[in-house]
Design a protein around this ligand. Structure first.
Ligand SMILES: NC(=O)c1ccc[n+]([C@@H]2O[C@H](COP(=O)([O-])OP(=O)(O)OC[C@H]3O[C@@H](n4cnc5c(N)ncnc54)[C@H](O)[C@@H]3O)[C@@H](O)[C@H]2O)c1
Ligand SMILES: [Zn+2]
Length: 678
């Protein structure tokens, strides 16, 4: 049975964590202490439940809590070897755990356990961090909170910080919490409600103080050259910059990107002070682990010619990498982990917006959100004081902390298609849908492009949230719609690596029955549609310089000759030859182009469900629902071909195992001798 203290703790954590004004994503932690019965002795035992390492307060569940014995945790004070060896205490926490299971205790466990209060909240609110990073934060804290909130100077999270906060609680009985210099806030209470009230009071009081005392225009005056471009122009500019930029930031390892152009970012970038402030970097320890110590900032007018922008980004990226390596060299010691890559995580383009990057779409999004947090923090701090984040040497001690390195080493191995962005046309149904699902399951971010927007969105939602898949409307016969879909992919995930030309339809008519409109429709969707998609995608692939894959879902009918199929089979043969032509042309850019020849995929196929299946079944004299099995009997392997079988082949073609294969067609037809390739 869940302990009542745990029920309250989870509810409070979810309430606090779901409002971004209270804490940033996965930032902060909460705890409760209470008495339970020790099953070994039958005696009462005081326990602490505290959010464990990782996870987010907004979605915290009981499984995310570490459970420790308070007496043993406090006894650690007796063996504490001092601040210079405080990291050793993290391993010692394991010896204070109660029972089995539960999350691993985080570095912040000490601050919760050592403070003599039943309930403790540690949070990273923008308003609180504005105080924490203001040059005269200590004075401001006294002025705004009059002794009820105490200033604790910056110190890297750990056992000593826990002792510092415990001392504040002892020495200031009237205090309800503290501002942790350069970091965030911690509040406490005798009950869960009281702790939550105190946390909210500090956050709201801090914001009210900034609103009341802050000077207008803390980021300086607006600069004309950096004024936001109009909506459409801005997004077109972002889409034009994104591929080249992604290539740059993927110098050390491939990254996924996210574009954000909300009002907070555009306002910051339009102001005179943004270059100075951006150079100071982010501050909250949680922030810059994801954002890197500082962003890369383009220093050209919003309307500068595109080629000038790209050339300048090349220069700035070179400088960024050199500066980062110099930062590493300035602070690294013999025992420091190796440099983790010198590419930026945040790139700011005045007038256009922000690109954020990470190893997954989720980490890229969170990095962007953290930078928005940082902008809010800078605005608050600059409005009442001067923004003064922790010194560079301390940032390095966080970024290359042995404990962080250990966390990174424990991360699961990335999936085979991690960091790859895929666009699958016609993916709202049948084979395309199966392909999208498989690519996503292998770690790719997927854009579902289809005529049918509602179904495209449904399929995307079924695969996962916006960090995994997005649905867009695209008629592949329309040049502008194709460009818009490719742009949408680039803005959602930073670029594009893998394109599947799958959209199609089949009319199956004899020569004499085939109208010009039939002919045009089939050729428009398949031959011309694939050409348009491949052309728009290839521009991105070439700009990125990261190679890539284009896969055509052609057909057995591209080589097999039979009656009643002139338009469909001819356009499939056109697609098949596009594979060879583009393999020859795009090879020098590292882009592989391959095709798949499926046959008889009845299940899930809109082509078959839309009347064609019924007709075929009537021709063969079998019930429609047995058509798949009937086709299976005609194959060499006697197996029914399913959408997943085609999806498997797409995955294999794009996996690193087939890195040296281009211009190939793979039959996925369970064996049809008449369609053997030779
Ligand atoms: N099903 C088979 O047996 C089989 C065999 C060989 C090849 N293929 C090929 O596989 C592909 C997928 O077929 P399926 O069986 O999954 O069919 P399907 O009808 O289930 O899916 C095709 C999808 O393409 C979309 N689409 C059609 N026109 C479009 C356009 N102009 N722009 C964007 N999207 C468009 C449709 O909305 C649909 O979601 C087709 O190219 C088809 O020719 C299928
Ligand atoms: Zn913290």
């Amino acid at each position: 049975m869940t302990h009542p203290a745990v029920t309250d703790l989870i509810a409070r954590s979810n309430r606090l964590g779901s409002d971004p004004r209270n804490t940033n994503y996965a930032g902060g932690n909460t705890s409760a202490k209470g008495v339970a019965t020790d099953p070994v002795t039958g005696e009462p035992v005081e326990l602490m439940w505290v959010k464990g390492s990782g996870g987010d307060l907004g979605t915290l569940t009981e499984q995310g809590l570490a459970v420790l014995r308070v007496d043993r945790l406090r006894a650690l004070e007796g063996v504490y070897p001092g601040a210079d060896r405080e990291d050793e205490m993290v391993a010692a926490f394991d010896h204070t755990l109660f029972g089995t299971g539960g999350a691993a205790p985080s570095i912040d466990t000490a601050m919760h356990g050592l403070v003599d209060a039943a309930h403790v909240d540690h949070l990273h609110p923008d308003s609180g961090i504005a105080f924490a990073t203001a040059a005269d934060g200590e004075r401001l804290t006294a002025e705004a909170f009059g002794g009820r909130v105490v200033w604790v100077p910056w110190r890297r999270p750990g056992f000593q910080l826990g002792l510092d906060i415990a001392a504040v609680r002892r020495e200031h009985p009237d205090a309800v919490g503290c501002i942790l210099g350069g970091h965030g806030i911690t509040a406490w209470g005798d009950t869960s409600d009281e702790s939550e009230r105190n946390s909210r009071w500090i956050i709201e009081r801090a914001q009210a103080y900034l609103d009341e005392h802050g000077r207008p225009e803390p980021f300086g005056s607006a600069v004309d050259a950096w004024a936001p471009l109009p909506d459409e122009e801005r997004r077109a500019r972002a889409a034009a910059i994104a591929p080249h930029l992604r290539g740059l930031v993927s110098t050390d390892r491939a990254q996924v990107g996210r574009f954000i152009d909300d009002a907070v970012v555009l306002d910051f970038l339009s102001r005179a002070e943004h270059p100075r402030l951006a150079a100071l970097g982010t501050s909250c320890p949680d922030h810059f682990l994801r954002t890197k110590v500082a962003p890369l900032v383009l220093d050209l007018p919003a309307t500068a010619p595109l080629d000038e922008v790209l050339a300048r980004l090349d220069e700035l990226h070179r400088t960024y990498r050199a500066d980062y390596a110099a930062y590493y060299d300035r602070h690294a010691e013999a025992a420091s982990p190796a440099m983790r890559g010198a590419d930026p995580a945040i790139v700011l383009i005045p007038g256009v917006g922000m690109f954020s990057y990470g190893a997954t779409a989720q980490t890229a999004r969170v990095a962007g959100e953290f930078y928005v947090n940082a902008v809010n923090v800078m605005r608050g701090a600059e409005s009442v004081s001067t923004y003064a984040p922790i010194p560079e040497s301390e940032k390095f001690r966080i970024e290359y902390w042995a404990l962080e390195e250990a966390k990174l080493a424990r991360m699961p191995r990335p999936r085979p298609l991690a960091t790859r962005v895929a666009l699958v046309t016609g993916a709202a149904s049948g084979i395309g849908r199966a392909i999208a699902e498989r690519l996503a399951a292998e770690g790719a971010c997927v854009v579902i492009a289809d005529l049918d927007l509602d179904r495209a969105r449904e399929v995307a939602a079924g695969i996962g949230g916006a960090d995994v898949a997005v649905g867009v409307r695209a008629d592949v016969t329309d040049e502008h719609a194709v460009q818009a879909a490719v742009d949408a992919a680039v803005l959602a995930f930073g670029g594009l690596d893998l394109v599947v030309n799958n959209a199609g339809l089949s009319l199956s008519k004899s020569l004499l029955e085939t109208t010009v409109a039939d002919w045009d429709l089939q050729h428009d969707v398949m031959a011309k549609g694939s050409f348009l998609v491949s052309r728009a995608a290839a521009r991105v692939l070439i700009d990125q310089g990261l190679g890539g894959d284009i896969v055509y879902i052609s057909s057995k009918n591209s080589v097999f000759a039979g009656p009643d199929n002139i338009a469909y089979s001819a356009t499939k043969a056109d697609q098949a030859h596009q594979v060879r032509l583009l393999a020859a042309e795009l090879g020098e850019h590292g882009v592989k182009v391959n095709g798949i020849n499926p046959d008889g995929v009845v299940r899930g196929s809109g082509i078959f469900a839309g009347g064609w299946g019924a007709k075929r079944a009537a021709v063969y004299g079998v019930p429609e629902e047995e058509l798949g099995a009937f086709y299976a009997q005609r194959t060499l392997l006697k197996r029914e071909v399913l959408p997943e079988n085609v999806a498997n082949a797409v995955f294999v073609l794009c996996s690193s195992d087939l890195s040296h294969t281009t211009g190939l067609h793979v039959p996925v037809d369970a064996g049809v001798a008449a369609a053997f390739l030779r």
